[in-house]
Design a protein around this ligand. Sequence first.
Ligand code: CAA
Length: 287
Amino acid sequence: MEIDDINTIAVLGAGNMGHGIAEVAAIAGYDVNLRDIKDEFVQNGYEQIEWSLDKLAEKDQLTDEEADAALDRVTPLVDFEEAVADADFVIEAVPEKMDIKKDVYGELEEYASDEAVFATNTSSLSVTELSEVTERPERFCGMHFFNPPVRMQLVEVISGEHTDDEVLDLTEDLAEEMGKTPVRVRKDSPGFIVNRVLVPLMNEAAWMVESGDYTVEQVDSSTKFDMGLPMGSFELADQVGIDVGYHVLEYMNEVLGEAYEPCPLLVEKVEDEKLGKKTGEGFYDYE
Ligand code: CAA
């Protein structure tokens, strides 16, 4: 398949990442089927896209016509078959749990066309293991966007053990068509490049607060003002979703060892469903 053969993209999962990826693809001119398991989830994702496109138009990053046209290219769907049957390229962005993703790939294999390429937006899980659930592991790779996808430039394109080089080339071309800068990740190891660095930073920040010696605000000001990062570690955890960071750590802990043990402060937030911006409260309050 060549880049010009890609017309319709299915995005599975309309959460923070899914709707953001769908928006980026629609702005780039692709027809996008955005699918989630409940109408409520998919409508919420669609509304977030509408909000974001309005913001971009307000700031003259898109014209009103371009924003309207991008929204028109997004079809919100719950029916799995309808969402994927005519897709040339499928980007999966469902929750960061191996079992959930594997179930989705089982269903996807049933309904997708034989030619379609599958790409997972996993933040950390083994691309090889996920690819082996399908009958097309050579046409399966990682395509990892960053939050918020419409603002973040980088996309990690991850090779599983079975991925064809042409599929990696195609996925990089697609990332470029979407206005992004792809980086090829040859080693399919937990967290790939970015999260291997970033998620332990969030965890270490949480351990410092857990120790009782520092506050969230103190740690965040040092990351932001001394290290010059655009957000403090806790602000970033709230932006990404504390549950997402926690699931990445859980997996790194399982595969890479005890240095990655998730801090109890993160566990507590996940149990209390205080997951960050998306729930209105995390380490900071957004109500
Ligand atoms: N669409 C449109 N507008 C958006 C938006 C979106 N999705 N998200 C935020 N905005 C708007 C805000 O509403 C705000 O608008 P107003 O000015 O009208 O209030 C505006 O953008 C803020 O933009 P600014 O450029 O002024 O803000 P900023 O300079 O702080 O940039 C940022 C925002 C790009 C998010 C920046 O803070 C940043 O780069 N943060 C770090 C993000 C990051 O590292 N992400 C990666 C996380 S790791 C990850 O995602 C991997 C994983 O798998 C876990």
